[in-house]
Write a protein that binds this ligand. Sequence first.
Ligand code: TRP
Length: 348
Amino acid sequence: MNSFATVEQRSNQLAQAITQAPENYRVLTGERPTGLLHLGHYFGSIAERVRLQQAGVESFLVLADYQVIADRDSMPRVREYVYEAVVDYLAAGMDPELTTIFTHSSVPALNQLMLPFLSLVTEAELHRNPTVKAELAASGRALSGLLLTYPVHQAADILFCKGTVVPVGKDNLPHIEMTRLLARRFNERYGRVFPEPDALLTSTPEVPGLDGRKMSKSYGNAISLGMSADETARAIRRTPTDSDRRITFDPASRPGVSALLSTASLCLGETPEAIADKIGDAGSGTLKSLTTDAVNSYLSGHRQRRSEFAGDQEFLAGILRRGNERANLEAEETLGEVRTAMGTNYQF
Ligand code: TRP
């Protein structure tokens, strides 16, 4: 297992190398469509993905709908979440000519890679994954076979198109290690088919939700990108603050006040402390209206672009149809190589 410092160092070198020769890399990123995308996604991953695309790196974006079944609760609305994610990606600047946007469930050959990959790991290795353990604990359910093996499925997401760069947060590093391990073991056993992809650590700080915990739809503390200006104002107004009129940045003892300052800070590009100083002792009402204005003006262009295609199901379906076609071509080609390597490319 690589240490975090090693991964971080390699990630920094990689970021440098990509800007010099973007054509040598292929980015694969993924999103689990379990809810509406929010500001945390925007600062944490969407902006980075758009930057990579603009830098000229060929990109694939999987809407990992087969991972949603492990989570179950979001399944009834998965279709809506897939469409809304496409809307946000387009509004944020993803260009479907440069980035292949597709859904897991539409690419059978990708899913078929799961079988040889499963044969290359032991049960003990699967149980050792710290992210799976954390998700299991948070779920409050018994461990399903799918939750246990989803890092192997994620490896299939990355390797089906021979992705070499995977932008992820720290949480996802164990899955990238698993992907590298599977690529290596496959290549050793059957001959070289797969590259060993590298993690590109996304550098943006974690965005706090309105209550100071991590921003997450399931905590009800998120500002989703598609909210109207009024809905944003209402969500911010509901944030629990305290009665101290002097505004200070102190996440441990003033989570609500500090979360608002962090949010305004990301949108305004100023430090939370500087914003707190400016507000002085004008109280949390002033802080809330300043934060509302900051978010609404930061997102106004995004929301404007969203509204241009949000209702156009036919257009959005066309983007996914083309993305899925492209992904299927890649997946079938890779599966063909895998079958040749394994000796199962029969011509009956
Ligand atoms: N597991 C990732 C998450 O929960 C989403 C994901 C699915 C992904 N497939 C991927 C991320 C492939 C990177 C590469 O955030």
